[in-house]
Design a protein around this ligand. Sequence first.
Ligand SMILES: C[S@@+](CC[C@H](N)C(=O)[O-])C[C@H]1O[C@@H](n2cnc3c(N)ncnc32)[C@H](O)[C@@H]1O
Length: 206
Amino acid sequence: MPEGAVRGTEGYGGDATNAFHRASEALTFEEVHADLLDLIPQRPGRALDAGAGTGRDAAALASRGWSVDAVEPVAKFRELGHQTHPSPRITWLDDTLPDLETVRARGQRYGLVVACAVWMHLSADERDLAWSGLAGLVRTDGVVIMSLRHGPVPAGRWMDDVSGDETVERATAVGFRLLRRSDARPSLLPGKEQVSWTLLAFGRAG
Ligand SMILES: C[S@@+](CC[C@H](N)C(=O)[O-])C[C@H]1O[C@@H](n2cnc3c(N)ncnc32)[C@H](O)[C@@H]1O
């Protein structure tokens, strides 16, 4: 799919690219996912970072021993990610939620899926499809960690309203169980007082 056709990537290119890169890399994986860190499987395996941006989370997982498939539709982000985090444990993939065609063609099952600050870039129908797809990609002992953004939409970006309740409902409908939910977490970036986050972790049911 051509890059311009991915609605959720609107506003990330051009002049915004370097600002996003700086902001994203100013935070650490440990800060962003603090409420969920203990739920990450102890034994590293294969992880999927869906909407990886410039690879902050992929790099942190790689340094913990995970082999990471980093999915990112914006070519400049993949390039910056590769330069910033040149780890042989990270495989950058030009792919897109909800279909994840390239990921699915690789036939892997993942012990960890990270979907950090990306779910709001999908419509309600796409979120449904994304959950159905994840059900086939996550190992029976695997974990999904994610963050949902709430607040005003920055100029030029495309985001949908996405709630914790809806996300739990959709996830459980396709065979996940909620492991943890952390609501109303403040933004860690300066000047984002109107933005808050819901952090969620899921395992497989049964
Ligand atoms: C707010 S950024 C978060 C990036 C990274 N996860 C982080 O926390 O730094 C959202 C990312 O999702 C990507 N994105 C938007 N729509 C997407 C889609 N349909 N499939 C995959 N990635 C998408 C954007 O290109 C961008 O890199």
